[in-house]
Design a protein around this ligand. Structure first.
Ligand code: FAD
Length: 655
């Protein structure tokens, strides 16, 4: 079921407030600043939790805009999209609505680290997000720019502690008050744009930066530590000017896999999907980069640039002599443009044209919009709690690129969680946290608030110690019940469906576990399956599913009476069975840590010379804090569960 067809954009625009004077109230539970990927999820989540919410953003028609690449998901990022969806967020359903090329990345590896990804139609994505916000009860959208935050002076009994009370708009007559404010200003905080030798204020091409007042409040009044980060985007290319025959065709998956648990299919039919193309740079591209360096102030300031979305300039300077991949990706069903992923650049526009024409498939290409770079302020996220609330300012929450991350998915995940907690704060409900053991969102937030960032943070599966349990296929089982029962951000419709699926999976696994046969009998039932065991032992249906050649359908055809009711879940059951031994082990590990909470840690321990696998960072934290018990070590920011397990083993062994 595809959940909704967005109304026409124009009818949406007429239904939201363009002027603060049209608002029916001046007081809200939650005000969200910024309508990007963090802000839209934050506003929708806060309203779902039950808070009267106002979303204020500079331009209504850029709500849900994809500032850079028109795609969603990928390795690690796809897991975040699935989790946001499991908590009833928007981006998964928007991706299913707007996707025009679906593929599961990393298929050579196990399903735990598959990366669901879709190329998107920019306009459809925006329309979906805008239409969802419009139909969210308790949510008002206002076009406007926030001039500054209203905060109380520090409480004399709690020096340094402020409380947020609302916002002031640029040209606003009256302040708007709120018990919580979520700031999601993306790349707009003191943003500067760079092309060639030109620098201009801006948060994104065509958009002004956030007002200086906002930066002033954060830095000067609230005393928050901030830093400066940079990123960039490629020129957009006129599709008809590219010889796609000279690039390698990259078709989508023949059966698009939806992101959302609620959807069985995507809006785009399999045969309607558009292909992507792969090409690469030539030695002449490198020459153009080198020749234009003196004209490129963005790269002169920092030749490394962001590690995870590097510009072509920094790729060439870091890895001279190599050919670099360039993906040519469609921007939409009716769009005349291509997005050249891998060609983010900040040299002058005439040099950009020279550069792209050095790639055979683009030898006569035309640029529609030149590439550019952006530099912006971020707030060091170690100043936040795991609820994403600024520790020194009650009621102020931060989410998205402002916390030093990069990417829509990272922004959406933080936005949802900040929105949930902002609403709970406003409604006097306790804050909630997600752990590293239950979600990638927990890993993301724990990394940010525990370790901080020195470069734009991007999610990878390798960041999650428990990735075999945190799979894209089981996000609903991990998060939807909690989202409904404890957090309050999940609708009862989704909850009921998640409960039905959970119960069916449990019943199916019990039925498989109850199928206990000798290996000889299994051999007779499934003669084509090569089974390694020579001895005549017994195996359950779950054990059998762990064989790569055995599918659930095969077992259901042999035992239709007990298994055929569950064929709807065959793929999920196969994955559950394959990962069961590993997940059981991990569960025991987690339980072991919980059981050993009170185990004492010797106070004279030399953490730097412990002969166990601990990162330098973890050793430093342990050395600095010297926790007295294992439980205290577990709760330290920046200490991973894997580090705690290694510590536990060491102390057990030596004690
Ligand atoms: P944004 O999506 O930037 O949204 C911020 C919103 O806040 C905007 O709607 C803005 O209008 C609004 N706003 C700002 N200030 C105010 C104010 N004072 N009052 C009211 N509203 C305000 N990501 C990648 O993963 N890879 C890349 O290669 C990449 N390249 C990028 C290149 C460029 C040039 C830019 C601009 C971004 C790039 N990104 C890239 C980042 C990606 O766009 C962001 O990670 C993502 O959009 C962050 O979401 P967000 O919600 O935090 O902020």
């Amino acid at each position: 079921m595809l959940t909704k067809k967005p109304p026409l954009l124009q009818s949406f625009l007429s239904l939201v407030s363009r002027h603060a004077s049209h608002l029916t109230r001046q007081q809200y539970d939650v005000i969200v600043v910024g309508g990007g990927h963090a802000g839209t999820e934050a506003a929708a989540a806060a309203a779902r939790v039950g808070a009267e919410t106002l979303l204020v953003t500079q331009k209504i028609n850029t709500i849900g805009a994809l500032s850079c690449n028109p795609s969603l998901g990928g390795i690690g990022k796809g897991q975040l999209v699935k989790e946001v969806d499991a908590l009833d967020g928007l981006c998964g359903r928007a991706g299913d609505w707007a996707g025009i090329h679906f593929s599961i990345l990393n298929r050579r590896k196990g399903p735990a680290v598959w990366g669901p990804r879709a190329q998107l139609d920019r306009q459809r994505y925006r329309e979906f997000i805008q239409s969802e916000l419009l139909s969210t009860p308790r949510l008002t959208v206002l076009e406007g720019s926030v001039e500054e935050l209203l905060v109380t002076e520090p409480n004399p009994e709690e020096p340094g502690h402020h409380r947020v009370t609302g916002i002031h708009l640029v040209n606003g007559i009256h302040p708007l008050s709120a018990r919580s404010v979520v700031l999601t200003t993306g790349t707009f905080l003191s943003g500067s744009l760079f092309v060639g030798q030109t620098t201009s204020p801006g948060g994104r091409i065509g958009d002004a930066p956030s007002s200086a007042g906002l930066s002033y409040t954060l830095k000067e009044r609230l005393g928050l530590r901030t830093g400066r980060l940079r990123t960039g985007t490629p020129p957009r290319i006129v599709k008809d000017s590219v010889d796609l025959d000279l690039a390698q065709l990259h078709p989508p998956d023949s059966h698009p896999t939806p992101f959302s648990f609620l959807n069985t299919h995507t809006r785009c039919k399999p045969e309607e999907q558009l292909p992507c193309y792969l090409t690469s740079t030539t030695p002449a591209v490198e020459r153009v980069v080198r020749e234009s360096l003196h004209l490129n102030c963005h790269i002169q300031q920092d030749t490394k640039g962001p590690r995870y979305c590097p510009s072509i300039e920094s790729r060439v300077l870091r890895f001279p002599g190599r050919r670099h991949q360039v993906w040519l990706e469609p921007e939409g069903v009716t769009s005349d443009l291509l997005y050249p992923q891998g060609l983010s650049m900040t040299m002058p526009p005439d040099m950009q044209l020279r550069l792209i024409r050095e790639i055979p498939a683009m030898h006569r290409a035309e640029i529609h919009t030149p590439g550019y770079g952006v530099q912006y302020d971020f707030v060091c996220p170690t100043q936040l709690s795991p609820a994403l609330q600024v520790k020194s300012t009650q009621g102020l929450f931060l989410a998205g690129q402002i916390n030093g991350t990069t990417g829509y998915e990272e922004a959406a995940a933080q936005g949802l969680w900040a929105g949930v907690n902002a609403a709970r704060w406003a409604l006097s409900m306790p804050q909630v946290a997600l752990s590293r053991t239950e979600s990638y969102i927990g890993v993301l937030i724990d990394d940010l608030v525990g370790r901080g960032v020195t470069e734009p943070y991007r999610m990878f599966t390798s960041r999650a110690e428990y990735r075999t349990s945190l799979r894209p296929d089981n996000a609903d089982r991990r998060l939807t019940m909690k989202g409904f029962e404890e957090v309050g951000c999940v609708s009862s419709l989704r909850y009921q469906e998640a409960v039905r699926v959970r119960d069916s999976l449990q019943d199916a696994l019990a039925a498989l576990q109850a199928l206990v046969l000798s290996t000889n009998r299994w051999r007779k039932k499934l003669p084509d399956i090569p089974m390694s065991e020579n001895k005549n032992t017994t195996l359950t249906g779950v054990d059998m599913l762990q064989y790569s050649d055995v599918s659930f359908e095969m077992l259901a055809s042999v035992f239709p009476e007990c298994l055929s009711p569950y064929t709807e879940f065959s793929q999920r059951l196969k994955i559950e069975a394959v990962y069961k031994p590993h997940c059981d082990l991990q569960k025991k590990e987690i339980e072991r840590i919980q059981k050993e909470e009170n185990m004492s840690l010797p106070q004279d321990i030399d953490y730097f010379s412990l002969p166990v696998s601990l990162s330098r960072e973890v050793r430093e934290i342990l050395d600095r804090v010297r926790p007295t018990t294992l439980g205290a070590a577990t709760r330290l920011q920046g200490i991973t569960p894997a580090a705690v397990v290694n510590l536990l083993c060491y102390v057990r062994h030596t004690g």
